[in-house]
Design a protein around this ligand. Sequence first.
Ligand SMILES: NC(=O)N[C@@H](CC(=O)O)C(=O)O
Ligand SMILES: [Zn+2]
Ligand SMILES: [Zn+2]
Length: 428
Amino acid sequence: MSLWILNGQVWNEASAQLESKHIQVKDGVIAAIVDGSEQVAAEGCEVVDAAGKLVSAGFIDMHVHLRDPGFTHKEDIVTGSRAAAKGGFTTIACMPNTRPVTDTPETVKYIIDKANEAELVKVLPYAAITKNELGRELTDFAALKEAGAIGFTDDGVGVQNAQMMKDAMALAKSLDMPVIAHCEDDSLVKGAWASEGAFSRKHGIKGIPNESEAIHVGRDVLLAEATGVHYHVCHVSTEQSVRLIRLAKQVGVKVTAEVCPHHLILSDEDIPGLDDANWKMNPPLRTPRDVEAVIEALEDGTIDMIVTDHAPHSAEEKAKGVDLAPFGIVGLETAFPLLYTKFVETGRWTLGFLLKRMTTDPARVFGLQQGSLEVGKPADLTVVDLQETAKVDPSTFLSKSTNMPFGGWELKGWPTATIVNGKIVWTK
Ligand SMILES: NC(=O)N[C@@H](CC(=O)O)C(=O)O
Ligand SMILES: [Zn+2]
Ligand SMILES: [Zn+2]
């Protein structure tokens, strides 16, 4: 059966404006895109009325924590997929810091099978670089790739040993797989939770210095140059990391990078105080200068894409206080409206730029089929009401967790329907 999405507004990159289109989907693929002024024969077909709404290629989030297996009180593959669909995401890549850690083919297969059963969004699993993410022994990259892992990362922790990282990169390169890095030198962090900056000074607490991230970035771009691997930097948050990635790209190192909405929108100076662990995430909110640096890096292509780093934790865990609570905030259900409100509504970015960094760019970097609104591509589509304004209400999240600092923010541009392989997986 075919599906028609009628009268949607589609971004035209050439004219830099929205144009009315009807989109036909057949057998899970985009079959036709016709001008909104044309009559189409939609009788007997399923129809989505997208009049006045944006229709985009489905958003792609290459950095999500689904917590499954092992931490399903925070999230599981089904609830995380529902949260993704509600946020307009049609593809998500999930991190291996589960329990057990995703370091065996069995766990990779478990994730793929459970996501397939859920029939919601596309879930692409990463596997760990080292067994149990302990940094001591490499996992079986070939077997993990065979099982369906799309890349290797110890996200949650940095790989502390340079030789270990170099060996991982050489092995990944031999298998034509990327290495995705959480960049953090533990010796420079030592128990702090907030960035070194105005906030840490005001409260007299130890700060996390920017070098703790950038030292790993610098080390790793050299190792990536030496091994030739595709090296991808997670959640870039500092001016120094940006500088190193920019330089590495200039000299031809195969490096790519991502940034999270919260690092583009918030600085340490926005943290209200010491009693709300919903402002605690890793990397921490950095200084206003770093915020401007990551925005500019995203704008000039030094940073390739936006990811949420959706990191659910239970209310009980976050209630332990800033020192004891785990790092991380949820992000799937608010990413688009946050970015649309803060960067497109304000005139700093075009809508097309934001969409590119959430669709075609992640697809390009990770070699995915989806990500473009073109005939012949998978029918992964997102419908967004760009006029709708609503306050962020974490109590309505489909995620099992609500840990995040944006509760109560009034935002514009909310997804209303999400389609994966031509099937409506979420609708308002
Ligand atoms: N980002 C976070 O603050 N936390 C992540 C780990 C990570 O992404 O490093 C988590 O797993 O909770
Ligand atoms: Zn991380
Ligand atoms: Zn993460």
